[in-house]
Design a protein around this ligand. Structure first.
Ligand code: ADP
Ligand code: MG
Ligand code: MG
Length: 896
């Protein structure tokens, strides 16, 4: 195998092999952009390393060959004492994991080459600054030395010299700092800082491989659902220097604003600095536009390159660049992370600019992003105390108590308390806290700082660079605008405006939700003249309409009240896929059910209870079917956990025991009831007398529901409405069960039809939620007009998991151990449960080729699951009303 590719050999489509950074460095090289030469060690090499626990032997000679090529091209040798070539060793996985893994700059410097560099650059200060950075970065990332040792030494030196900025330190100061750093290095590792440039490089390469498995990288991957076995590539690249004085600098920029999507000049620039300084938010940066004044030539060249890249990638790009004494170098680009709002706007902007098609635009947005846009926002009219304003980095509203670090944030989350993580700046170590908190607020850094980039990626509300905050983590206080706040205080941050408020602040619906529920006009009105928001709503409308146009699957909702049904239809539901009926038997109706269950079959008591229930059911269905007139509505016959309808066994037993102890006898009814309840008591209600089993056992129960449906339908038809009920039998495992119910149902419907003189065409189908149902679906289909896969129960029965008992208990362990990447109740387990569904589809359709198939249950609203359901040919998904827009979008995306 070939483990090493130089930058002319790859391209942007080789991300699997070269990682995102390497593939894009190669692409920029191919485009003829100024990229410092270098090479990429493949992810395959990393995987080999991770498997074997050692760097593959064949790697070193390949690296040597490529290194020599770079040395020849540059006319310099790695770490040469007179005129050294220096390189960076940079991590870069297939999916970008900002700041998660390691990069070491300035490799090749040692006690000799630092002097050579000082001479050739004619800048001693620069050379010693580069050397101290190498020892610091190498110490931290390769040797795992606690970073504070270095930053404390730097701070101490600055204090001693009485200066504020790193740049105020002299060459002599930095030379001294190198000595200090070498001492720290020796103390912490027991060895001297390696002077051999190639050894530095090899150790750094290995450290990058290793960094794939750091704790924070694992947490990030789990959150972003990135597989654990991809490995990272390693890029070795000629150093260029942004820290060579005032005509040098380094920056990060976007081709469009990553929070709104507007095109323009968005970026941060730092003069006389090296890469990390910008991202780490260590010094406050200048806006990119300021570069035009100091270096108009580089600025213009950069703008041209930005246009080239955006046209080439047909998307918003983010870029890292460095200017070395007036010469511009490109160090990284990729299709940039963006906020949900920007994703929608940019996608439609690119269509309007004729860079992409509507189908492509649909691929650029996700259901998860749409969900984010539906999050509530801070109510502009609410009473609130503004304490400061930072930069809007990632939108939404977060309200919570102040936390200062990971431990506090995680403790708050564990206690169910919402929190806002408040820090001077964040770095990758703060990831667990960022995950646990509702939002993130920093005092330093710009839109491209670590906090901003990571929060945007996670869809977490974030405000950065609120410089007025004076944060003291040790004492646990933040001072701002005359207030002294502690962990007992609640704050609110608005990631759309950058505002920070004191106390609980009211939040309200987002205008996007208003649009989704009430239409374009109402949405635009809710935007209140805000141009950005209006544009966003228009973009969502265009993309969602396109999704509706191209999608094959219908989207229905799970709803069992008139109000929910109305909301679902407003959100675009094309029917109800699951109307549960259990709740229609609770409350004041429960005693009737209890009486029906506990009385003798055929007795007056049972008949009168069932008749009373039937009247009430009919009322329920009249209301629901009226709201849903013209749209299909699948009514599931009662599928109760039996114990919810029976008197509590324990309290009956206590009554009996008390009676016995006091020498009383139980009254007749209670005594009989106790016997019945004891008999029906279940060890495992989930697998007990429920669904169709109860329907068959308790004769008349299903029948009353079916008659109620039929009568409500007939009445509404007479009123000129168009009710379209479908009757669904739950928990069927055998075709015989379904046949028995069907026979009863058809009889009842025919009778109602005759009584009312109205034609009734009510399809009868069943849930497929037991493995046996799926595996005998060719039989079931003979008696079913449709199937609805109940993937919640199917997941329980295929895995043998009781959902209520497992999720909180051992699922975290299962996810940790990689038994599954995400809970199978959240995203369908394609390989297991999914296969059972697929089998049910195939078998069902082998009997009835156009059998209508749907899915109800949580998975119906889950983006990944929706794509799977589309791929196996289901006719519709059904999900909760709030997820209907997401399902529409994803069903559309699944077809493009
Ligand atoms: P990350 O993935 O964390 O952004 P990078 O590999 O991009 O890490 O590097 C970190 C910083 O170092 C970036 O700002 C980058 O631009 C800078 N950098 C990396 N390689 C070089 C190089 N060869 N010359 C100058 N700066 C570099
Ligand atoms: Mg980078
Ligand atoms: Mg079920």
């Amino acid at each position: 195998v070939k483990y090493v590719y130089d930058f002319t050999q790859g391209d942007k489509d080789k991300k699997d092999l070269l990682g995102g950074k390497g593939a894009n460095l190669a692409e920029m090289t191919k485009l003829g952009l100024p990229v410092p030469p270098g090479f990429t060690i493949t992810t395959e090499a990393c995987r080999a390393y991770l498997n074997e626990g050692a760097v593959p032997e064949v790697l070193a000679p390949e690296v040597t060959q490529e290194l020599v090529k770079v040395e020849q091209q540059m006319g310099r040798k790695l770490g040469d004492a007179q005129d050294p070539l220096l390189v960076s060793v940079r991590s870069g996985a297939k999916f970008s994991m900002p700041g998660m893994m390691e990069t070491v700059l300035n490799i090749g410097l040692n006690d000799d080459s630092v002097l050579g560099l000082a001479k050739t650059a004619d800048d001693e200060r620069f050379a010693w600054d580069s050397y101290r950075r190498l020892i610091q970065m190498f110490g931290k990332t390769v040797m795992d030395i606690e970073g504070d040792y270095f930053s404390d030494a730097l701070e101490a030196l600055k204090a001693e010299r009485g200066v504020q900025a790193d740049t105020d330190l002299t060459a002599e100061d930095l030379k001294g700092l190198v000595a200090t750093y070498k001492k720290i290095f020796k103390e912490q590792t027991g060895r001297d800082f390696p002077q051999d440039p190639r050894e530095q490089m090899d150790l750094a390469i290995e450290a990058v491989f290793r960094s794939w498995n750091t704790e924070r990288a694992k947490i990030y991957r789990r959150r972003e659902r990135i597989p654990d076995d991809l490995g990272t590539a390693v890029n070795v690249q000629t150093m260029v220097f942004g820290n060579m004085g005032e005509t040098s600098g380094t920056g990060v920029c976007f081709t469009r604003d990553p929070s709104t999507g507007h095109s323009g000049v968005y970026g941060d620039y730092l003069m006389n600095a090296q890469g990390e300084d910008v991202v780490a938010g260590i010094r406050n940066t200048l806006p990119l536009a300021a570069l035009e004044e100091t270096d108009a030539t580089s600025y213009k060249q950069l703008r041209d390159i930005m246009r080239t890249l955006e046209t080439h990638y047909q998307d918003l790009c983010d870029i890292e660049f460095t200017i070395e004494r007036g010469k511009l170098w490109m160090l990284q680009t990729r299709v940039g992370k963006r906020t949900a709002a920007a994703a929608f706007r940019v996608a439609t902007q690119l269509v309007d600019e004729k860079l992409i098609t509507m189908d492509e635009a649909l691929e650029r947005v996700t259901g998860a992003q749409l969900t984010q846009l539906m999050f509530p926002q801070i109510d502009p009219d609410a009473e609130k105390t503004l304490v400061t304003k930072g930069m809007a980095a990632s939108p939404g509203a977060a309200v919570g108590k102040i936390v200062f670090n990971n431990d506090q944030a995680e403790a708050a989350a564990a206690a169910g308390v919402k929190s806002v993580l408040v820090r001077r700046e964040t770095n990758p170590d703060d990831l667990p806290g960022m995950v646990a908190a509702e939002g993130v607020l920093t005092a330093r850094g710009g839109k491209t700082s670590h906090a901003a980039v990571v929060a945007r990626g996670m869809g977490k509300t974030c405000v950065v660079g609120a410089e007025a905050l004076d944060i003291n983590e040790e004492e646990g206080v933040v001072k701002v605008a005359g207030h002294t706040l502690t962990a007992d205080d609640v704050i609110a941050i608005d990631g759309t405006t950058g505002e920070v408020f004191l106390g609980e602040v009211a939040v309200q619906d987002s205008p996007v939700t208003t649009y989704l529920a009430d239409g374009l006009e109402a949405g635009l009105a809710a935007a209140g003249g805000d141009k950005d928001v209006s544009e966003l709503i228009a973009a969502v409308d265009r993309l969602l309409s396109h999704a509706d146009k191209v999608r094959r699957m219908q989207v229905r909702a799970n709803a069992d009240t008139p109000l929910d049904s109305e909301r679902a239809v407003a959100f675009g539901a094309q029917g109800i896929g699951l109307c549960r009926t259990e709740h229609m038997f609770l409350g004041d109706r429960r005693p009737l059910v209890e009486r029906a269950i506990l009385s003798e079959p055929g007795s007056d008591a049972r008949t009168s209870a069932l008749t009373a229930l039937e009247e009430k059911q009919k009322g329920d269905f009249l209301e629901m079917l009226k709201v849903m007139s013209g749209l299909p509505m699948t009514i599931r016959l009662i599928d109760p956990p039996l114990h919810e309808f029976l008197p509590d066994l324990t309290s009956l037993e206590i009554q009996a025991a008390v009676a016995k102890a006091t020498g009383d006898t139980l009254d007749d009814t209670t005594a009989k009831m106790l016997i019945e309840v004891r008999r029906l008591h279940e060890q495992n209600p989930m697998l007990g007398l429920r669904g169709v089993r109860l329907g068959l056992y308790l004769e008349g129960l299903f029948l009353l529901q079916i008659r109620a449906v039929a009568e409500a339908t007939a009445e509404l038809k007479k009123q000129g409405l168009d009710p379209k009920p479908e009757i669904m039998v739950p928990l069927v495992g055998s075709v015989r069960e379904l046949a028995l119910i069907r026979e009863q149902a058809e009889g009842a419907i025919a009778e109602v039809s005759a009584n009312y003189g109205v034609d009734l065409d009510i399809p009868i189908g069943c849930m497929v939620e037991l493995p046996r149902a799926a595996m005998t679906a060719e039989d079931l289909a003979t008696e079913a007009d449709f199937f609805s896969f109940g993937t919640n129960d199917l997941t329980q029965t295929v895995w043998g998991f009781s959902r209520d008992d497992v999720e909180g208990v051992f699922f975290p362990l299962y996810i940790e151990e990689g038994i599954f990447g995400v809970s199978p109740f959240e995203t369908i387990d394609v390989h297991g449960v999914g296969r059972v569904v697929e089998e049910g589809v195939k078998r069902g359709r082998s009997t009835k080729p156009d059998l209508k198939l749907g899915v109800c249950g949580e998975h119906g609203g889950d983006p990944d699951s929706i794509h799977f359901f589309n791929s196996i040919g289901l006719n519709y998904v059904s999900c909760s009303p709030f997820r209907v827009p997401v399902a529409r979008l994803e069903a559309g995306r699944a077809t493009v």
